[in-house]
Design a protein around this ligand. Structure first.
Ligand code: C5P
Length: 226
């Protein structure tokens, strides 16, 4: 009898600014596994909806947009990270803004939008393994994942990290404003009815407050190897 081997998945969920994105990319590289940045999918749909002039509260129109938007990830090469192409346009820089994050969070609360993105996400599970970064990777999309991590950090620390990142990019932001935005987004993500931000019961909780990236990566790799 032939046996299809199960492709291993490591889910890394947590709020924005917990270090998930950076940690997931580094862990995927170390393991030689594929990476799914699920937040980029919600950001891409929010961006496409905005670009099409849709009302972001119009569930029907935004759902159609989620079903029709073409999202591609392309390696930039030379350590330049991954570019996100939305309907043929390189939207990587636009997707990183707080405006895109807020739009993503608004449309991500719609069950039909989440449903429209399920098959795309499952398609990332290919040998030799997958690191899935998001909010509901361990709870909804890959509940059977062998390894699950939930990263957290205090809102103050997350705002500080984001502030540093955005300042380096030359953006004009304030620490207080960022912390308020982060707290508003967290509470919207945690309180929504569908796929709320919460750790899977079998997830290992890692509080990254005061830890540097290398320490967090080592801790997550230890979870996979345990
Ligand atoms: O992780 P990132 O900040 O890019 O995610 C942007 C937004 O997309 C989140 O605030 C959240 O509302 C939504 N999201 C989600 N489920 C995921 C990933 C992201 O609802 N798996």
């Amino acid at each position: 009898m032939s046996h299809t081997p199960v492709v291993p998945v490591l889910t890394i969920d947590g709020p924005s600014g917990s270090g998930k994105g950076t940690v997931s990319a580094l862990v995927a590289e170390r393991l030689g596994w594929r990476l799914l940045d699920s937040g980029a999918l919600y950001r891409a749909v929010g961006y496409a909806a905005g670009a099409a002039g849709l009302d972001l509260s119009d569930v029907e129109a935004v759902t159609r947009c989620a079903q029709e938007t073409k999202i591609q990830f392309r390696a930039a090469g030379d350590g330049g990270g991954t570019r996100v192409i939305v309907n043929g346009h390189d939207a990587t820089d636009e997707l990183r803004t707080e405006t895109a994050g807020a739009a993503a969070s608004a449309i991500a609360s719609m069950p039909s939008v989440r449903e429209a993105l399920v098959a795309l996400q499952l398609g990332f599970r290919r040998a030799p393994g997958l690191v899935a970064d998001g909010r509901d990777m361990g709870t909804v999309i890959f509940p059977d994942a062998a390894h699950k991590v939930f990263l957290t950090a205090s809102a103050a620390e997350r705002a500080k990290r984001r502030y540093k990142q955005l300042k380096e990019k030359g953006l004009n932001v304030t620490l207080g404003g960022l912390q308020r935005e982060i707290e508003a987004r967290d509470s919207r993500d945690a309180s929504r009815a569908v796929a709320p931000l919460k750790p899977a019961e079998d997830a290992v909780l890692v509080d990254t407050t005061g830890m540097d990236i290398d320490e967090v990566v080592a801790k997550v790799l230890a979870v996979v190897q345990s």
